[in-house]
Design a protein around this ligand. Structure first.
Ligand SMILES: [Zn+2]
Length: 542
């Protein structure tokens, strides 16, 4: 029975106004056994002590929506994430091509779609860097790819290619493809002829991704898009001890052929249960209701301000969606729905209402993720249906994407309805935060700062963007901890520092509630523990 006492700093209070912070915490065999004076009283019998060095011990962070496999795989290709121009991307692609002469394809991610007007990238710009092999680059949103002419040829896309269902091929005036493909229906034309990664590359990517999460204080991640073909990599990573964080998998429901999936997903979930890993579950099914506003594929209740007559691209027929949601729910799967536009949010809520009508009431905790625009009339339905509202707080600021690509599409006053975090919190809805990494950075601390300030990393605008939707530090921290624990049906296991809970904890250098909001983004993670075991320790902590 190993006993560790953490002391010499501040220990987070349980969520709730007026609860006091403590100064010590005791962990026995991975489980919290005492907090405060009760923990200090055990100092004499401790096997080990950890000096918190004046820092703030918090429940560890959890990420309610992310793509760790894709994030980990980005490390394998050309590094284009920080590129600020088409020339820089081309140079990085050429450099990688020169270093990998045997690679048949060049596959990379993720580029900043704001650096070309309207997010429209030309195949010829990539041809100038690499013309002899196909190149496929994903944009930050993961709903868009940019390819060179060799990739278009390999996929057989030309001016005669019909528009795919559930996607768009951006074309030149003469109908030939430009080189930008929108949404899975179009992206898959290229992706299905590109070579896949090996099992070992997938396992290494999951190991690297979860280590990166551990260094950011994260111990649980909702993997929000898993194809059955990818499952062996997760199983191998869990069985081989390569995971540094807990993962819950969401299998993607396919609007073009979901009917055979309930049985297959049930079998896959069974395989994961047999593995009996404390770090891997597969309890969730993911639905993409729509796309994104920036490429006019988010489903809006009214037409786009800059594209009259167009109101987006729902991925599901209403009746089909209801049948699919009800079928997965009947098997006990949790439903996790991507909804960006106000039309998609309404479709999601209507669908969940229909599931309850058909399958009866139960504690199902459906998640609607992203929630960029919500019609005010739909706000009360979240609490009524027990929906977990998952936001990616890093998106809730007025950055270049927002100003150049988003606001012009939405127009006023609709652009002022975005990311109503405080409104939903005030309506009694459980808020969970996530990153959507690699769409945006995986680290929760900058997200925490953005939720509190609604400012860009340069602290703009003064007072915050749509400042009524700012939340206080406690609400934001709860959304990254207990809020995600509720989403994960794990509120009795982790997400709070109370006796009986798993010692899933992060040590922050400072208490974010005790410093000016402008400094929160810089708070360092000094250590991370999962069930009492350190998964990350900063070099300054011993
Ligand atoms: Zn996502």
């Amino acid at each position: 029975m190993s006993l560790t006492i953490f002391h010499g700093g501040t220990v987070a209070a349980p969520p709730g106004k007026g609860n006091a912070r403590a100064t010590a915490l005791a962990v026995r065999n991975g489980v919290i056994t005492a907090v405060g004076e009760d923990a200090l009283a055990l100092l004499g019998e401790a096997d080990e002590t950890v000096d918190l060095a004046g820092g703030y011990l918090s429940p560890s962070f959890a990420d309610g929506h992310a793509h760790p496999l894709y994030g980990g795989l980005e490390d394998l290709g050309p590094q284009i994430r920080s590129c600020r121009s088409v020339e820089e991307i081309a140079a990085s692609v050429r450099e990688w091509a020169d270093a990998h002469p045997d690679a048949d394809w060049i596959i990379g991610a993720s580029y900043d779609a704001t650096i070309a007007p309207g997010g429209m990238f030309d195949a010829e710009w990539l041809d100038a860097a690499v013309a002899d092999r196909p190149v496929m680059l994903r944009a930050w949103d993961y709903h868009t790819v940019w390819v060179n002419t060799a990739a278009l040829k390999a996929a057989g896309i030309d001016r005669d290619t019909p528009e795919p269902a559930l996607g768009r091929i951006v074309r030149r005036p003469d109908g030939s493809p430009l080189g930008t493909l929108l949404e899975p229906g179009a992206i898959d034309l290229v992706a299905k002829v590109a070579p896949g990664f090996t099992l070992q590359q997938h396992v290494d990517a999951l190991a690297a991704a979860t280590e990166r999460y551990a260094a950011a204080g994260v111990t649980w991640v909702q993997d929000a898009w898993v194809e059955l073909d990818d499952l062996p990599a997760y199983e191998a990573a869990a069985a081989g001890g390569r995971l540094a964080a807990r993962l819950n998998l969401a299998f993607r429901a396919d609007p073009a052929g979901w009917q055979h999936q309930p049985e297959a997903f049930d079998a896959a979930r069974g395989r994961v249960r047999v593995l009996d890993s404390p770090l891997l579950t597969a309890n969730t099914v993911k639905f993409f209701i729509d796309g994104i506003i920036e490429s006019h594929t988010a489903c809006m209740l009214a037409p786009y301000a800059d594209a009259p007559g167009e109101s987006g691209l729902p991925n599901w027929e209403r009746e089909d969606l209801h049948n699919a949601l009800a079928a997965f729910d009947a098997l006990g799967f949790q439903l996790h729905l991507h909804a960006i536009g106000d039309g998609a949010v309404r479709m999601a809520l209507d669908g969940l209402e229909e599931v309850r009508r058909r399958n009866g009431a139960r504690d199902r905790r459906p998640v609607i993720a992203h929630l960029q625009v919500i019609d005010p009339a739909d706000i009360p339905r979240f609490a009524e249906l027990g929906v977990v509202a998952n936001f990616e707080p890093l998106w809730a600021c007025s950055d270049d994407i927002m100003q150049l690509l988003t606001i012009p599409r939405l127009g006023s006053p609709r652009a002022e309805l975005q990311y109503p975090i405080a409104t939903l919190a005030a309506a009694g809805v459980t808020i969970s935060f996530g990153s959507d990494w690699p769409v945006t950075g995986h680290h929760p601390v900058p997200g925490l700062a953005t939720a509190v300030t609604r400012q860009t990393p340069d602290h703009l605008p003064e007072g915050g963007w749509l400042p009524n939707e700012r939340v206080d530090v406690e609400t934001a921290l709860t959304a990254y901890t207990a809020g995600v624990a509720h989403q994960a049906f794990a509120e009795k296991s982790w997400g709070r520092l109370l006796p009986g809970m798993s010692a899933d904890m992060v040590l922050l250098a400072e208490d974010p509630a005790e410093i000016p909001a402008e400094r929160i983004a810089g708070v360092e993670v000094l250590g991370t523990w999962l069930a009492g075991r350190p998964t990350f320790q900063h070099e300054t902590v011993h």
